[in-house]
Design a protein around this ligand. Sequence first.
Ligand SMILES: [Zn+2]
Length: 283
Amino acid sequence: MTSLAYAVHVSPMQPLASAALPPRPDSGPMLWSPLSTTIVYGPREAVLVDPGLTTEQGAAVAKWAAGFGRTITGIYVTHAHGDHWYATGPVREQFPDVQVWATAETVAEMARTTPGGQPNPFWTAAFPGLIGDTPLIAQAVPEDGLEVDGQSLVPHAAGHTDTEHTTFLHVPSLDLVVSGDVIYNQVHQYLSEAGEHGIQSWLRAIDAVAAINPTTVVAGHKNPDRGDQASIIGDTRDYLHAAAEAFAEATSRREYFETMVRRFPAWLNPGIAWLTAVGRWAE
Ligand SMILES: [Zn+2]
């Protein structure tokens, strides 16, 4: 049987424009989290997952992917958030023949959040001049699924996690889950869109990953110094339980932010806890 392999490219943290958000209470930097792009490859073919956000990130991903010397047949997008797919254009400049796939529900969500093929205003305010046009070229995953050199890659709908209609990609022959934002790897988790029931939905999605019992989980946002061990499934769950408590008890942005930073001191990018707080409390 043909065996597959995988590798991960992590786009580094990226500063947000200072006008995009109120300053952090501890005066720390506002950064976007490190973003994982995964390549799953066989002897001849490869598929990329989540090509990144900025034009520069996409060019770096394309250069990295070309180094594997495989035919890149497609790009799979795990969910509609722009940080995971707006760099599709620069990647396709290097690989013009690639298909772009997402689940039908995710494609609809991508269309809803990029009217007219323009990036959502949140992203252009946060990263002015750094993001190209975002024409929607993703198609629904074909009914017979995705393959690399005859080995299957299986998308799983995960519902609401850090946004609507998210998914993760299971690669059975590698015992691998490429999790998108269903699982994080010790990076503060984005919960601005959680509403009343978002955390419960996200916990169910985590259970769905755990039920597969993967050996390896590549998180959409990972600390680049850490490996891809499956213990991050439990870490992501712990963070959500803590966030649910903080949502119930905190009375201000600042209180939520300080609680989460105190409880998860080793996790990267507290700025995302602040982004969550700003989305959740008026002040
Ligand atoms: Zn993300």
